[in-house]
Design a protein around this ligand. Sequence first.
Ligand code: DGI
Ligand code: FE
Ligand code: FE
Length: 403
Amino acid sequence: MKLGMYGGTFNPPHLGHLCAAVAAARYLELDELLLIPAGIPPHKQLSDGAPDGVHRAAMCAYTAEQASLESGIPVRLSRMELERTGKSYTSDTLLALREQYPDAELWLLMGTDMFLTFQNWHEPETILSCAGLCAFGRSEKDTEELFDVQRRCLSERFPGARIATMVLPNLVEISSTQLREALPEGGGGKYLAPQVYGYILRERLYGTKLDLKRLTLDELRPVALSYLKAKRVRHVLGVEEEAVRLAERYGADVEKARVAALLHDCTKKLEMDDQLALCERYNVELDETERGEIKLLHAKTGAAIAREVFGADEEICGAICWHTTGRANMTTLEKVIYLADYIEPNRDFDGVEALRAAVYENLDRGLALGLRMSIEELEERGRPIHRNTREAYEYILTRIKGD
Ligand code: DGI
Ligand code: FE
Ligand code: FE
């Protein structure tokens, strides 16, 4: 198998790193790529007040997940350099990887600057005996002129070295240093993956100082996305888009619809233990059905987080709380979020088009159809139907009869 490693201080990891990881993984046809944040970088000091290894690892984990999604190649965070004492020499890391993966063909990924100074690294011959170098540059000029000279120098000095070079035409022109300067001034967001930016804001890294209870929508959006698995990001943005359309059409508060949509699945990735811990912490009461069905818990814990962490009002929390089951006598905002979640543009199931048409024709009739489809599907799958789901359906049936 072909295994890549991409090391760095990742302080913070930005779109340039993400783009390089995706492109190099594809170019080399890797079976797996490891992102390895340095514990103690050998060649430079970590900036003053730099986030600790736990934060840099968390930001790399988002980057890895996003890179996997974009490349279709598994990209994982490795904490091996963070867990090692002393300077994080790449040669030590590669020796350890060679032992761990004795049959793997190893590739070491690096940007232009690192490649051009490679001969000055610690134990370059050890590195080259373990791995091939894959260097990426921003332009043909980088690769053709500078890289050629360096490739020849290295090949002469280290016979048998494997060297691959590639161009990343869309490589984002940004450095971590510039980002660290821009972040405290409120800038930098567009050069970061949204989940990484959200994590920085929520953990108040790099001198950012936002109050989570007073975020603008543009601040809340990345923060909310940072609670999700990478593959759910599209869904939540789709729910936001659909909720705005429905709120405009049926006269609900558009801003509240956005907030509820952005936060509606914020606890979806948590396992049962964590769900129950949140219920305990925020005094969320659960009935028998809910205790047995993890899918019913995220709506309730999500509402608790919206209230307690983000200071959302009761209308918004209600819309989050009832987004999975619905309930009798729903508010317009609750219906909007329930249905936006069901029909957002990325949803693709049998009957979604008919449901979309029904929802835009008449909100209550759309809701009745959505609830009926949900109940039928749960019955087919043999899942217990929550009392609130049944009551929501019965209530809306009597209401549309009266029309
Ligand atoms: O979180 P999402 O996947 O975006 O959507 P959601 O919050 O509506 O969750 C959908 C899941 O919840 C789906 O697997 C069905 C389940 N669900 C909804 N109502 C009930 C239910 N599960 C049970 N057991 N009982 C219900 O009444
Ligand atoms: Fe949900
Ligand atoms: Fe959802």
